[in-house]
Design a protein around this ligand. Structure first.
Ligand SMILES: Nc1nc2c(c(=O)[nH]1)N[C@H]1C(S)=C(S)[C@@H](COP(=O)(O)OP(=O)(O)OC[C@H]3O[C@@H](n4cnc5c(N)ncnc54)[C@H](O)[C@@H]3O)O[C@H]1N2
Ligand code: MOO
Ligand SMILES: [Mg+2]
Length: 402
């Protein structure tokens, strides 16, 4: 059944499922989707923290006119809090130290003249001082118990530091699905082979495997010939061991495009076959009862790649409960005409304008067989089916692949 893009997408999203959760060591959690709330276990920072190397004083002494301070002791980072005994003295303090008790103002070395008097160091203030300066107050960034990370966040570098600082050594994340990538085609040879004149190296499943790695997924990769018997035998083995099957090729009108028939015979319920779009029109989508969901992507390399970013990745992100799962928008930089009643996925190069908007220039592109054109593009821009002329300056959704 031929579908329009919005209905095809809705039908895909209706099959979203939860693969569950698992607990992993936080160092291994980068790139995974968080499934619990992470709270501040202590105030951020946990104590009044000295922000500059220098001295700390009791401000009232300064306001009464005192400018020269004798040294009482040194408070370094890692030392329990000390106390100033004589309010007319100062403590030498280091960045990261606890602010000594009975001091309330920090003066960096750069604002001091340092001299020696009878074997004792003395500090003379040479710059105006404000009460409370250079103190990072306890709890000023976050109070104890504040939720810092919410479920649905994909854990990155910034999150790794926060997990470490709150002592969250084990984190609950979305479990990853078992994904099998299947390349079909008698013309395909392994990448390490030298192809004959009529052959080519398998490429589609490698760009898809790399894209899946961006979600933390390591897919199993298989190459099958265009032969009903082989396809049937292998698929029957792969289906029970997968949550998601992504096939490429053999879904169009060719004599050797056996995949739709083989998948249906194996028990897949077809949800749709063909979408009103270019590229990617022959896309087949289905599901096995109590078994994997199947995206059978068209074989032309740009078609499969585009369908991955337009359909497969949003489906996977929704399954993983990734909160960041919406296309962005960009402004078209040139007039584009496309007069077929199909949604057109235009490969575009993106750049950011000085005003901070994404600008999209159509990439040089020779059609959906032009694998190398992807090197010149950053995203697919979706130009709707019910329009023929797309004007420079108009904004459309973009599915980014960089
Ligand atoms: N009579 C019609 N012919 C075609 C139609 C149509 O509607 N009517 N649709 C065209 C469109 S659109 C596409 S896209 C392709 C889709 O074809 P298939 O999904 O059946 O894919 P194949 O026939 O197996 O291969 C197409 C093309 O892609 C190359 N390919 C396939 N897999 C790989 C791979 N893993 N790595 C590299 N290259 C791959 C393959 O060699 C072919 O050149 O059909 C049109 N035809
Ligand atoms: O999906 Mo096909 O790529 O329109 O060429
Ligand atoms: Mg074909």
């Amino acid at each position: 059944m031929m579908m329009r893009v919005p209905e095809a997408f809705a039908a895909i999203m209706a099959t979203v499922r939860d693969f569950g959760t698992e607990t992993v060591p936080f160092e291994k959690a980068t790139g995974r989707v968080l499934r619990e709330t992470i709270y501040a276990d202590r105030p951020f920072p946990p104590f009044d923290r000295v922000m500059m190397d220098g001295i700390s004083i009791y401000y009232d002494s300064y306001i009464r006119g005192q400018r020269v301070f004798g040294l009482e002791d040194v408070q370094a980072a890692g030392m329990p809090q000390m106390q100033l005994r004589n309010l007319a003295d100062c403590m030498e303090v280091m960045t990261g130290a606890v602010l000594p008790d009975l001091t309330d103002t920090v003066i960096p070395y750069e604002h001091l003249d340092i001299s020696e008097h009878e074997g004792f160091r003395r500090f003379t203030i040479v710059k105006e001082v404000k009460k409370g300066q250079f103190i990072h107050r306890a709890g000023s960034d976050a109070p104890e118990g504040k939720p810092l990370l919410e479920p649905g966040i994909r854990l990155g570098a910034a999150e790794a530091g926060v997990l470490a600082t709150v002592g969250k050594t084990q984190v609950l994340v979305s479990k990853l699905p078992r994904v099998v990538l299947i390349a079909t085609g008698n013309e395909l040879v392994p990448v390490e082979n030298k192809p004959e004149a009529h052959q080519l190296r398998i490429s589609n499943i490698y760009n898809l495997a790399a894209a899946l790695q961006g979600l933390g997924i390591q897919a199993e990769m298989v190459h099958l010939p265009d032969d009903i018997q082989h396809l049937t035998t292998h698929l029957n083995k792969l289906i029970p061991a997968a949550d998601l099957l992504i096939c490429t090729g053999a879904v169009s009108a060719g004599k050797y495009d056996h995949l739709p028939e083989v998948l249906k015979k194996a028990g897949m319920q077809e949800i749709f076959h063909t979408v009103q779009q270019r590229p990617g029109k022959p896309l087949l989508f289905g599901a096995f009862q109590n078994g994997p969901v199947v995206f059978a992507l068209p074989g032309n390399p740009v078609s499969g790649f585009m369908c991955y970013y337009r359909y497969v990745q949003p489906w996977l992100k929704a399954c993983l409960q990734d909160a960041a799962n919406k296309p962005e928008f960009a402004v078209l930089e040139e007039d584009v005409t496309f007069d077929k009643p199909l949604e057109y996925y235009l490969p575009v190069k993106l750049k950011c304008s000085p005003e901070g908007a994404w600008l999209a220039t159509p990439a040089v592109y020779h059609g959906s067989g032009d694998l190398a054109s992807l090197l010149l593009a950053d995203a697919f821009m979706a130009l709707p089916a019910d329009q023929d002329v797309f004007r420079k300056g108009s904004s459309f959704p973009v599915w980014k692949f960089r």
